[in-house]
Design a protein around this ligand. Structure first.
Ligand SMILES: N[C@@H](CCC(=O)N[C@@H](CS)C(=O)NCC(=O)O)C(=O)O
Length: 202
C-alpha cells in the first residue's frame, strides 16, 4: 500500500495514527511536496483529483478522504466496531467534520499557520472560531463523563478522529479548562505511542 501524505497535515496524521494502532507494516508513506505544488501535478491529480493529501493506493483501490481511508484500513478490527457502535463512530466523525473541527481549525489557522507564514492573525476569525468551540465542546465533554473513549469502552476511529483535532487546541492556545472530561480523555489518547510517534512536524 502507498499512503500519500505530508508531515504538517492533521488529516494525514489521523491515518498515520491508525496505521500505528493497527501495526500495519506494509504501508509505504510517500511525501507529497505541498509547498512545491506537487499536489496539482497531473500524476498526483490522477490519484486524488482534489489535489489534497492524504490518498491511499491499496492494490486496485485508490481512495481519498481521510475518514474513508480510515474506515477502509480499520475494517474487521475493533477500531471500526459493528452495529450501533459503528453508527456512533460515524456520528462523532460527522460532528467533528461539521462542527468541532472547522471551528477549532479556524483558530489554528489564524494563530499557528498564518504566523508561521509571516501573516497576522485575523482576530475576528479567531473570535468566531472560539465561539464555535465554546458552543460545541460541551457536547463532547458531556459524552466523555466517566469514559476514557468516545464510543464503547475501547479505542475507535472516533477517538483518533477527534483527538487529532483536539490536540491542536494547545498550540492554538484554545483553553480547554472548562472541559475536564475532554482534557482527561485527550491526555489518555495523547499518551499512546501512536500519537507520540506521529506528532505533527510544524
Ligand atoms: N477532507 C479531506 C481534507 C484534505 C486536506 O484538506 N488536505 C490538506 C492538508 S491537511 C491539503 O492537502 N492541502 C493542500 C492543498 O489544498 O493544496 C480529508 O479529510 O482527507
Amino acid at each position: 500500500m502507498k499512503l500519500y501524505s505530508h508531515p504538517f497535515s492533521n488529516n494525514c496524521r489521523r491515518v498515520l495514527v491508525l496505521i500505528e494502532e493497527l501495526g500495519l507494516d506494509d504501508v509505504e508513506v510517500v511525501q507529497v511536496e505541498l509547498g512545491k505544488g506537487e499536489q496539482q501535478q497531473p500524476e498526483y491529480l490522477a490519484i486524488n483529483p482534489n489535489g489534497k493529501v492524504p490518498a491511499l493506493v491499496d492494490g486496485d483501490l485508490t481512495l481519498w478522504e481521510s475518514m474513508a481511508i480510515m474506515h477502509h484500513l480499520a475494517q474487521g478490527t475493533s477500531l471500526e466496531p459493528k452495529g450501533g457502535d459503528l453508527v456512533e463512530v460515524i456520528r462523532w466523525q460527522s460532528w467533528d467534520l461539521a462542527h468541532f473541527g472547522p471551528n477549532l481549525l479556524k483558530v489554528v489557522w489564524e494563530r499557528v499557520v498564518k504566523p508561521m507564514r509571516g501573516a497576522e492573525p485575523d482576530e475576528t476569525l479567531v473570535e468566531a472560531g472560539l465561539k464555535g468551540v465554546a458552543r460545541f465542546a460541551p457536547v463532547l465533554d458531556a459524552q466523555l463523563v466517566d469514559k476514557d473513549f468516545v464510543v464503547g469502552d475501547s479505542l475507535s476511529l472516533a477517538d483518533i478522529t477527534l483527538a487529532t483535532n483536539a490536540a491542536l487546541a494547545a498550540p492554538a492556545r484554545v483553553d480547554l479548562d472548562a472541559y475536564p472530561n475532554i482534557q482527561r480523555w485527550l491526555a489518555g489518547i495523547a499518551d499512546r505511542p501512536s500519537m507520540q510517534k506521529t506528532a505533527l512536524r510544524m
